[in-house]
Structures are given as C-alpha cells and as structure tokens.
Design a protein around this ligand. Sequence first.
Ligand SMILES: Cc1ncc(C[n+]2csc(CCOP(=O)(O)OP(=O)(O)O)c2C)c(N)n1
Length: 639
Amino acid sequence: MTEKLLQKINSPADLKKLPESQLPALCNELRRFIIDAVSDNPAHLGANLGAVEITVAVHYVFDTPDDKLIWDVGHQAYGHKILTGRRDRFGSNRKKDGISGFPKMDESEYDAFGVGHASTSISAALGMAEASQRAGNTTRHHIAVIGDGAMTGGMALEAMNNAGINHPNLLVILNDNGIAIDKNVGAIKDYLAGIATSPFYNRLKDKVWLMLGGGTKYGHNTRAIVKQVGNAVKGSILRRSNLFEAFNFRYFGPVDGNDVERLVKLLRDIKNIQGPKLLHIVTTKGKGLELAEREPVIYHAPPGKFDRLTGKLVSKSPCDGVQPPKYQVVFGRTMIELAEQNPKVLGITAAMPSGSSLDMLMNKMPDRAFDVGIAEQHAVTFAAGLATQGFVPFCVIYSTFLQRAYDQIIHDVALQKLNVVFCIDRAGVVGEDGATHQGAFDLASLRCIPNMTICAPMNEQELRNMMFTAQLNDQGPWAIRYPRGRGTMKQWKTPLQEIKSANGRRLSEGNDLAILSIGHIGNEAAKAVEMLHEEEVEAAHYDVRFLKPLDEKMLHEVFKKFKNIITVEDGAIAGGLGSAILEFMADHQYSATVVRLGIPDRFVEHGDRNQLIHEMGYDAQAIAAAARKITAAFSPHHH
Ligand SMILES: Cc1ncc(C[n+]2csc(CCOP(=O)(O)OP(=O)(O)O)c2C)c(N)n1
C-alpha cells in the first residue's frame, strides 16, 4: 500500500484538512507504517496498533498542542509521534540520538508530559487542568489516555479521587483492551469486562449514543442533550453502580475504540461537556496484525525483527546450552526450586510475570505466586504483611519501577526488619527504553536504608546462591540486583549453596592497582584485567558482591596494599559503590587515589546498552584505559 494520505501529514493541522470519510484509510496507513517500522527496528507494537484510531480521532477533534494530550506509560504513542512531525525520524526510534520510544517534553511541543512509568497521566492532566483554570483559560481541554492495566495503579485511582471534587476540563479516555503486558488482573479488570459485555450497559450506551448522535453537529443543543444524558445516567441505578460515576466523573461507554468515525463524533460531543469525564473505549491490542492480535503478550514488544506481512518473528538462536541464560530465567527457575524446598517461599510481581520470569512459578505452582497489577507500592507492603506471618516473599520488581515503592521499602519492610527478598531485575543500564527505564538508582537509594542487605551476582551461580541464602536469613530485607540480559554460564544449574553475607571475593591478584566491582559489570572488569595483563599492568580484581554490609576485612586488605583503586558499578556513582568505598577510606583514615566508574550524575538517554556503557566509561576498554591512566600517573615505569 502506498501511504498517500500519511505522506501529507506533518502536523495535526494537516490531519484536520482530511474529510472524515478518509480517516479510516489514514488509520490503515498509519497502522501499516508502524508495523513496517517496528518489524525492522524492535520496539513496542501491540498497544500502538490498538491506539491508532483514538490517536487520529483526538488529534482530529482537539487542538493539540494547545489542548493537552497526556499518554499513560507512552508505549502506545507512536501514532501520535508520527502525526506530530516525527514521521521522517521514526526510523531512529529508541536509537542513540534518535527519537525516544516514549513521549518526552523536550522532543516535541505535542508531548505534553514525559512518561514511561504507568498510571501518571490523570494526575498530570489534572495538574494542567488546574493550571489552566487558574490562568482563566476555560476552553483548553486536558486529555489523559490510559490503559486498563495502568488504571489498576494506585496513582490513577488517587487522581480520579482528587479530580472528582474539582471541576476541571478533564477527559480521561480509558483504553480498555483487557490486557496489560500479560493478562490484566484484579477486580477493576473484571468490572470493566462486566460493563463491556452487560446487555444492560449496552442498552444504555445505545440510548446515550443515539441522543448524542442527533443534531449535535452544529452544537446548538449539545448542552441540553448532554444534560439529558447525564440525567439519564444519574436517574438510573447505574449512578450507584458505575465505578467512575462514583468518582463524580461523567461516564461514557463502552464504545468500539477501533471505529475512528464514531470516535470523532463522540469526542466532538463530549468536548462540550464541562467537568471530569471518562470515555471508556474498547480496543483490540495488536489490531491489524493477526499474529499480534492472537499473541498479545509476545507482540506487546516483539523480542526481535519480524516479517512485516505475516508478523512471524525472524528466528532467534536457541538458548539452552548454546548461550548463557538470561538472569531473569535463572531467577524464574530458581524460584521453583526454592518454593519446592521451602513452603514459606512465595513470589510476587507487579504486572511483570513474563518480563521477570515469575510466570514460571505461576504456571508450576499457581498458589505460590501473585501478580498484584501495576502496583509496586502495594506489592512491597503486601510482601511485608506476609513476612510478619513468617512467609518469605520474593518481590521481583525492575529497578526502575521499584523507585515507586521507596517508602514502602523503608517504612513497611526495613524499619520493621521484615524478611522480604527484593529481586531487582533490569538493574543498571537497560538501553533502548531510555531515561525512564534505566536501572540507575537502586544501589544508591537502598544503601542508606538501615537493616538492608544489598548484593549483586556476577553470574548465574552467584544469583542462585544469593537467592538461596536470602531465603534462609532472618535479619531483615535482602536486595539482590541483576541486569537485563544474559549471564555468563551455559551450565548454570549449579547446586544451591549458602554464602556468607558481607563476603567479597578476590578474583585476581596484582600489585599495580585494585579494581573493585559489584555485580555483572564485574565481567567487564575481569576482561579489563586480562587486557592490562598483556600490557604488564597487574591489576588485582575484587568482586565486592555485597554493597551492604561491606566486607570490611577485605577492604582493609585492599587499602593497606594499594594506592590506586578503581571502583566499577552499573549504577549511579553518587551514593553507590564508589561512594561507599570513599566513605570507608575516610572513616579509616586511609589515603589512595580512587577513580569511580559508573553512571555519572545525569539521566541516561536511550541507545544500545554496550554503546552507552562504553561512552560512560565503564566497559572493559574504558576500565582498562582508566587503569592505564591511574598507574601511569603514579608509577613512572608504566605508561
Ligand atoms: C510503574 C510501572 N510498572 C510497570 C510498568 C511496565 N509496563 C509497561 S506497559 C504495562 C502494561 C500497561 O497495560 P495497559 O495500561 O493496559 O496498556 P496496554 O499495553 O494494554 O495498551 C506495564 C506493566 C510501567 N511502565 N510502569
């Protein structure tokens, strides 16, 4: 298909020039464009395809960027990016120096709010609506588009609760496809499924749409009609039973959210209604690509390139025994072993069963694992409650999303010295997802919390042993952080062994300098040590393993012997391992030259992980370069 219509659109103003009758064709072109782009440059897919019609309809009816359009999570906003002047740059999506995979305020004036984490859109839109009101602007619209998954997040419900007592020009569009990344969970999901299929609601809906449909084109009696609709809803028992009406929102729906012409009509009418409104649209995730519709979990973000017509993934190399496994898989399989051995062990995920591999335990022992929805805060305090009763919950949460639960970790878990195990996945730089998703802050932010044990494995065996040990411990919370991607051991299924807390390991000896690393990035340090050895620079390498408590005995040894020290961590330098080592040095009156490698004091944008780590100066080459520099400065026979 040639993209005749799409080619002409460089802004929503161009879009508005199209007659309504051409919008379905435009949607098809936009969908094709997204599929083609993502088939070649792996990225989010399913949510984008489902949101094509609502994207076109909102930009067609509202006056963005003056009207504020806020996407929740933002993984469904490709259509929005393409229609708002970024079509030609879309090939650079998620690549270094290219456009971001998420809306970003400094990328475009159409991106009203930066996103990446779920459930923020209603709060942000409400803030903007309040600001408009204060500025005396009563005509500006504020539109939050939020999925049924994101609607399960506490923040979304907090914002609904707050918006209902206010009277802002706020429209929440609930994009309900019945699925999050994995299947959506919880009572709200059941509720939404209930209204989407209830004949009672459908009857009401038809009546409402009929009323809205007639005579509204010229707007003269829209308000009256709308009032009637409102009264019809209010007058019925639905007022009491509709969740959103209970929040003082005007509820419209459910309606087919993949019917663009209908959406346009509806939005035109709803636009005239003041106050908080919620439009419930039902869409198909992966719409238009059959495989993506059938396999929404895989095609949420397909793991590689795929055929642009069939959607079939270009075959990937098999994993077992050929390449080392992903850390998440080792976590998933080890969870099953631990749960089989210890009846107190439970697993908890906040809406990431497949991403974390906790789905392995869920499938094998369904009564031993929980998906609590996109609710990291709740996940942590739920774990705390279980721990008070002697259970050993393993909370597996990505580093970036664990930020949400910081107070719960401090107040509900650490303060009460509860034995919750935090398995922190995607810790360190994750790459293409960019600044919203880098796992930069867990080491630094957890280190200052009393009672915490913090460790990081350098390989699969270490991860297994840390998990095994954490579950035996009764000294309060343990955090085990590991990166996205693969470990180093093809034969990873090693016997589970207890390890001593606060116990580092020396991996190589040398006299010129010491390299102290934590976690998987230590493998880069080990490579650097080999490179240096070829050049007759002898580096001792210590795998610190435990950021907290530190192995003080080992550190005394290091500082007594070495004047040149490099620390390496895949995390923010400020507050992390480098800081801990400097503090140790000061506390014990040692002096040495310490070079700290890791994530500098800035947000790390999207790009290839290896490239980013190289640029920030902590891959093997960069570590070796730092070692050459530090030794050349202090021992003249090396340069
Ligand atoms: C706080 C937080 N936790 C987890 C995620 C990971 N995540 C990204 S999209 C998504 C599912 C969103 O589901 P929904 O809102 O229904 O959108 P859909 O993809 O179905 O369109 C999740 C869990 C996130 N972005 N933010």
